[in-house]
Ligand binder design. Structure first.
Ligand code: ADP
Ligand code: MG
Length: 408
């Protein structure tokens, strides 16, 4: 079954752009054009391409588009290195159409330009973070932005966990507001995973630190039947079970917490699976004397840098029959061969699961998945690193909450 906005609590109060009437309206579209720049040129245009379906849809519906984004961290004042002007040029090329670049985001000249836009025309505002009011969620700044908008669309999921003016205060001032296609998919798919999963629901968690993921683990252990753990995080858990971990990365101050998490998982009848062997080295940079451990213990002087072959086999077996799966965090130091084997093997095992909703979220895990060529076997790959994890934690996200229409 297809996930919908109603899979998220209160999601039925949010409208999708497919339900809107935009003819001749000035539509303020908040996107994520936070792209990498080098010498004034965009070096990765993934985020621009990802916004095109929403932009094209709104244009076809006769909207007069005012597009806004942040870029980098200019700290509340103009800084040429973070100007969105190169993005306006590239966007124009992609759309084969003129994009008016406004050198500001507020003020009379921009207001005048917005009123002069014709149906289907596009204007891109200057970096919202040139204004201190953006990050402080300042109401006055939001009021100024609202002067540009007859309707509002948010398609910037990666920013929704932050209470910033363009995603929080601004839509709070408007009734005619919508989720763009990208945001609608994120809310629906992540919403389904955490609030309405098909069962058995299994989580695969890895990455570097327990401390980054405590909230996610705690939310998942009451929802899922199994949590499969890999990555450096596993060593803090193994240490709590008094398994030798050699010189592997361990957060000593989180060992007790890891023990408590395992106790709570047991109470919640959620099985926690930990590696039974490891791919190890005596030094990492460069990797030296790589070999697999005999068992879960790591000898002195060695560090675990990936899950081992027995663990891959075990985890693959344990995944069988899963109907809904959430994956965050690589199983090893996937950036460095051969420590990518665990991550890539699990990606393959997940890709092979029949009749299963498969969702992946998190910066590094998504990067790993995208290089694996297996991404098309996933139901959803989230574009928001931190935002997807906050969503899974079940935290209320300011940018999503303020899209809800107050029933009248
Ligand atoms: P995500 O961005 O998907 O949430 P994290 O940022 O938590 O993932 O973790 C990714 C990082 O964890 C990677 O840089 C990877 O090299 C590192 N990592 C994974 N396993 C290990 C390990 N065994 N030892 C050291 N670092 C590891
Ligand atoms: Mg990361």
């Amino acid at each position: 079954m297809k996930a919908t906005l109603s899979d998220y609590p209160g999601g039925q109060l949010i409208k999708s752009i497919s339900q809107g009437d935009f003819k001749n309206k000035r539509v303020f579209l908040r996107v994520d054009f936070n792209v990498p720049l080098k010498n004034g040129k965009v070096t990765d245009d993934t985020r621009i391409t990802a916004a095109l379906p929403t932009i094209n849809f709104l244009r076809e519906k006769g909207a007069r588009l005012i597009i806004a984004s942040h870029l980098g961290r200019p700290k509340g004042k103009p800084e040429a290195a973070f100007s969105l002007e190169p993005v306006a040029t590239l966007l124009g090329e992609k759309l084969k159409s003129d994009v008016v670049f406004a050198h500001e985001a507020t003020g009379y000249p921009v207001l005048k330009q917005s009123k002069e836009l014709r149906e289907g025309q596009i204007m891109l505002l200057e970096n919202l973070r040139y204004y201190a009011g953006e990050e402080s969620n300042d109401n006055e700044f939001a009021v100024k932005l609202s002067a540009l908008a007859d309707a509002y669309v948010n398609d910037a999921f990666g920013t929704c966990h932050r209470a910033h003016a363009s995603v929080s205060a601004l839509p709070g001032l408007l009734q005619d507001k919508y989720a763009g296609f990208l945001l609608e998919k994120e809310i629906s798919e992540l919403g389904r995973v955490i609030h309405n999963p098909d069962r058995p629901f299994v989580a695969v968690l890895g990455g570097s630190k327990v401390s980054d993921k405590v909230g996610v683990i705690e939310a998942l252990l009451v929802k899922s039947s199994k949590i499969i753990i890999g990555g450096a995080m596993a060593y803090t858990f193994l240490r709590a079970l008094q398994v030798d971990v050699g010189s592997s990365l361990v957060e000593l101050d989180k060992v007790t917490l890891a023990g408590k998490i395992m106790t709570r998982a047991k109470e919640a009848k959620c099985q926690i699976l930990l590696p039974v062997d490891h791919k190890m080295a005596t030094s990492f940079d460069p990797p030296h004397a790589v070999k697999d451990s005999e068992n879960a213990h790591i000898p002195k002087g060695w560090m675990g840098l990936d899950i081992g072959p027995k663990t891959i086999e075990l985890y693959t077996r344990e995944l069988a029959g899963t109907k809904c799966l959430f994956w965050n965090g690589p199983m090893g130091v996937f950036e460095q061969k051969p420590f990518d084997i665990g991550t890539m093997s699990l990606a393959q095992a997940i890709a092979d699961l029949p009749n299963c909703v498969k969702v992946c979220g998190g910066g590094d895990s998504v990067a790993a998945l995208n290089t694996s060529g297996l991404d098309q076997h996933f139901t959803h790959i989230s574009t928001g690193g931190g935002a997807s994890l906050e969503m899974i934690e079940g935290k209320a996200m300011p940018g999503i909450e303020s899209l809800k229409r107050v029933p009248r």
